[in-house]
Every structure is written in structure tokens, then in C-alpha cells.
Design a protein around this ligand. Structure first.
Ligand SMILES: Cc1cc2nc3c(=O)[nH]c(=O)nc-3n(C[C@H](O)[C@H](O)[C@H](O)COP(=O)(O)OP(=O)(O)OC[C@H]3O[C@@H](n4cnc5c(N)ncnc54)[C@H](O)[C@@H]3O)c2cc1C
Length: 441
């Protein structure tokens, strides 16, 4: 970042005051499509299938870029396919994981806000708390493995998939916390914090989107982490038992479905912050434009159809201040998105490009009036707030939602990955799958 950019970044974060947790760190992951393409081109998936469940395995760490639309699933798949044309089996497991992301997006498309609540009856009758205990929030549970995962979450903004499963099982089953609280913690701190993959995975662990809850024991953690925490651990391990014993301890010996559901209508944080009505000076004098592209935080790419088809439109990204005040993100997450916008704007031919802060509907409405814009272009996405924002803008403007190409076409209700995979594997792989089914995502 040069001096001007760093000044602009300071100004942006001043305007975002109250919207973030913590502050800048030297090792923030740089965001943006340029960095995403660099990482994709450097990635070698050779040992992925063999090592991906191990926390030192050769995973790609592409999820933050996929989450923000800096890359698409199709371009990742096509790039790897063209890089290793003669080795389809090397890519199969990786492509199957890409399909998990696609599956969860379909779950979000199907259920919308319904994904915020249990999709199925819990398979146990245990009461859940709506507060994360303080020792967890401060990363000081006394368990080296859990504290190590929390430190990665808070400091690195990234957790390996297996660590996410372990931590989610710990929080829900061993500490008795509602999955929604864990999902919120992940959304705030993970670079890839998401609605679809995040909430659906927490529900998978809790057993409200799976036939039974997921939990692990000490052997599982030790094996897939090369004992990196266990070797120095001096505490009595709550995971040290065989699976039947743990099941009994956690669920009183039963995972029978349809126990009575404990009503827990705890604090759902509502967005009560007033929208900002301040028009920043930089949008006071703008050249007129009949078209405005709203770039949302899941479509930060110049390859996005919405932008590619509108090289002359004004372009705006809006940091959703009311939403961020209600659920602040870690500084590194916001910084990653801000990098992504800087990188996008550098690479767009459009002459009017703005980063705004406030309520998106209010900011975009004010901007469109200033520009004299009559049409607002939006990239299609299943996130409910994107859909709701488009609906509200439609009351005043012509709104064109540009469809995006998804990895698969799968119209039925997405209930179980195995059924979805049976139907879509050929679409994703280009051939029948050869590897056996795996136990967890
Ligand atoms: C409790 C829990 C919460 C999660 N929350 C999120 C989240 O907020 N955002 C998010 O992007 N992913 C989430 N995941 C899914 C998964 O853990 C991450 O996508 C993956 O760890 C990202 O690392 P990677 O890019 O190195 O993955 P790789 O192993 O390199 O996989 C390549 C890509 O495939 C997709 N993928 C891989 N594993 C999964 C999976 N299990 N589910 C869905 N997609 C997958 C991702 O897009 C990933 O980037 C969550 C999983 C769990 C168990």
C-alpha cells in the first residue's frame, strides 16, 4: 500500500468506527482478485486427496477469495483441470470439496433466512445456552488444542476445516452453546466468514442438518494434528474416551431423533442503528450516468458479468454500516474486503468508482439520484440481504440482476450432500466419481 492508499484506508476506518474489532496487523492476508489469481496459479493440488483432513495438509486457502467472489468455483475448477489435464484422479477430491461450497449455496438459495434457525429437529434433547462462555471468548479454556484453534481464529482469521469441525463440536456439545453463537463468532473473525457454508456446517455438526450430531475424540484430534497440542497437554482431556462413552456423556446415551425441542428465544441482535444520511463530499460533483453498478461483498471481481457488461456505468461498493455495527467484523476481515475493492477499482475501466459507508439502500438511492441513474445493476447472489436490497431499490429504480453461472444445476431441495453429489458429480468432474464416500465435509 502506498502513502495515499494508506491515508485513504485510515479515513475509511475512521468512517467505519464501531464496525470492527481489533486493529491492523502486519500479517493481514491481502485481499483482491489479483492476489486470488496469484494464489490459484501457485496452488498444487497433488497431495490434496491424501492430506486434506490433516491440519498440516496441502489445502488451498482459497476460501476467503471464493467467499467474496474474487474467484468463482468454475474458474478454480477449470484452471486446475487445464493445469493437470492428464490427471483427473488427482483433482477429484478437490473438486468434490468445491461442490460442498456449491451445495451449501444451494441450501441458502432454498431456505434463505430459514438457514438462521434449525433446519431439522435436533437429534438430542439437550438445552443449549445462548452465551459463549468468557474463557472461550478470551481463548483461555486451558485446553491447548481449543486455545490453539481460538488463537488461529482470532489472529490468523483462518481455521482448517477439521479444526472448524472440532471447535464447533466442542462449543455445541461439550460446552452446550447454541450453534448460532458459534456461527456468529466465525462470521466475525474468519476471512471467509459466510452465511451458507458457515451456518450449514454448524448445523451439520449440531445435527440439525444431518442425521446425527458430529463429535470427535482425543484420538481423532491427535491423529489429524500430529499430536501438536496433545504432546504438551497437561490437563484432563475432555475428549479422551471412545465414541460410545463420549456419546453417552454428551447425549445421555441417546441420539434418538425428535426429543422435545427446548425453546430458546434468546437475543437475536437486531439492527437498530440509524442509517447515515451524510453525503460525502466526494459524491457531490459527479458526472451523470444512467447506469449504476452496485458491487456487493460476494461479487468483488472485474470478471463478474455485471461489471464486464457495464464498462461505462458508475460503480459503487457500500460498507453496510448498520449491519457491521450490529455485528462488527475483525479488522483483518474488513481490511481484506477494502483491499479487494482497491484492487477491483484499479482494474476497472469505469470512470466513476466509489466506496461508500452507510445503509446500502439509502446510500445507493442518494447516489443514483445524484448521478441521474435510472438503472441499477446487481450481481445475482443467494444472500438474503442482497436479495432484500435489490427488492427495496426496485421500488424506485429499474434493477437488473445479472445471473451468475454456478458450478452445478440442481433444482431439487438440497437435503443431503450424498444425494446431491450422486446427481451432480458428472457435471463437476466431467466423469463418474471414483473415490469412496467420506464421512464428513
Ligand atoms: C463449522 C464450520 C464452519 C465453516 N464456515 C465456513 C465459512 O464461514 N466460510 C467458508 O468459506 N467455509 C466455511 N467452512 C467450510 C470449510 O471449512 C472451508 O471452506 C475450508 O476450510 C476453507 O479452506 P480452504 O480454502 O483451504 O479449503 P480447501 O480444502 O482447499 O478446499 C477448496 C475449496 O473448497 C470449498 N470447501 C472445502 N471444504 C469445504 C466444506 N467443508 N464446506 C464447504 N466448502 C468447502 C471451499 O470453497 C474451499 O476454498 C466451514 C466448515 C465448518 C465445519
Amino acid at each position: 500500500m502506498n502513502y495515499d492508499q494508506s491515508n485513504q484506508r485510515d479515513t475509511l476506518f475512521e468512517r467505519l468506527s464501531g464496525c470492527f474489532l481489533g486493529g491492523p496487523k502486519p500479517d493481514n492476508l491481502p485481499g483482491g482478485r489479483t492476489e486470488a489469481l496469484r494464489k490459484l496459479h501457485a496452488y498444487d493440488s497433488a497431495s490434496y486427496g491424501r492430506t486434506r483432513n490433516h491440519i498440516e495438509g496441502t489445502v488451498s486457502q482459497l476460501s476467503p477469495f471464493l467467499r467474496h467472489g474474487m474467484l468463482s468455483l468454475i474458474e478454480v475448477r477449470d484452471h486446475l483441470r487445464s493445469k493437470f489435464p492428464n490427471d483427473p484422479s488427482r483433482l477429484e477430491e478437490f473438486f468434490r470439496q468445491l461442490a460442498w461450497r456449491d451445495f451449501f449455496e444451494k441450501v441458502l438459495t432454498w431456505y434463505g433466512h430459514g438457514l438462521d434457525e434449525d433446519l431439522e429437529e435436533p437429534k438430542h434433547g439437550i438445552t443449549r445456552s445462548s452465551r459463549i462462555p468468557l474463557d472461550v471468548l478470551s481463548g483461555d479454556t486451558g485446553l491447548p488444542c481449543i486455545d490453539g484453534m481460538l488463537s488461529d481464529l482470532f489472529d490468523q482469521g483462518y481455521l482448517h476445516n477439521h479444526a472448524r469441525l472440532w471447535f464447533a463440536a466442542y462449543l455445541c456439545h461439550f460446552r452446550g452453546v447454541r450453534w448460532q453463537e458459534g456461527a456468529k463468532l466465525f462470521r466475525q473473525h474468519l476471512y471467509d466468514g459466510d452465511i451458507a457454508s458457515n451456518s450449514a456446517s454448524w448445523q451439520w455438526v449440531e445435527g440439525t442438518f444431518a442425521s446425527k450430531p458430529y463429535f470427535m475424540n482425543k484420538d481423532n484430534i491427535a491423529n489429524f494434528s500430529s499430536r501438536k497440542w496433545c504432546n504438551s497437554c497437561k490437563v484432563k482431556c475432555p475428549f479422551d474416551a471412545d465414541y460410545p462413552t463420549l456419546q453417552h456423556r454428551l447425549f445421555a446415551g441417546s441420539t434418538a431423533p425428535f426429543f422435545s425441542k427446548v425453546a430458546d428465544k434468546a437475543a437475536v441482535t437486531n439492527n437498530t442503528q440509524p442509517a447515515s444520511h451524510v453525503i460525502p463530499e466526494d459524491i457531490a460533483m459527479l458526472p451523470p450516468s444512467t447506469d449504476l453498478v452496485w458491487v456487493h461483498d460476494a461479487a468483488i471481481s472485474w470478471a463478474d458479468e455485471c461489471l464486464a457488461q457495464n464498462p461505462n456505468a458508475a460503480v459503487a461498493f457500500v460498507f453496510n454500516k448498520p449491519a457491521l455495527q450490529a455485528e462488527p467484523w475483525a479488522y483483518h476481515r474488513l481490511s481484506f474486503v477494502a483491499d479487494g475493492i482497491d484492487d477491483l477499482f484499479k482494474n476497472l475501466p469505469n470512470s466513476t468508482k466509489l466506496t461508500l459507508v452507510g445503509d446500502p439502500v439509502e446510500r445507493l438511492t442518494t447516489l443514483a439520484h445524484k448521478l441521474g441513474a435510472t438503472t441499477i445493476h446487481i450481481s445475482e447472489h443467494p444472500n438474503p440481504w442482497v436479495i432484500e436490497t435489490a427488492d427495496q431499490l426496485r421500488l424506485k429504480f429499474r434493477v437488473l440482476v445479472h445471473p451468475r453461472t454456478t458450478l452445478t444445476v440442481y433444482p431439487p431441495e438440497p437435503k443431503r450432500f450424498s444425494r446431491y453429489w450422486e446427481k451432480v458429480a458428472i457435471q463437476v468432474l466431467g466423469h463418474r466419481p471414483s473415490s469412496p464416500k467420506r464421512k464428513h465435509p
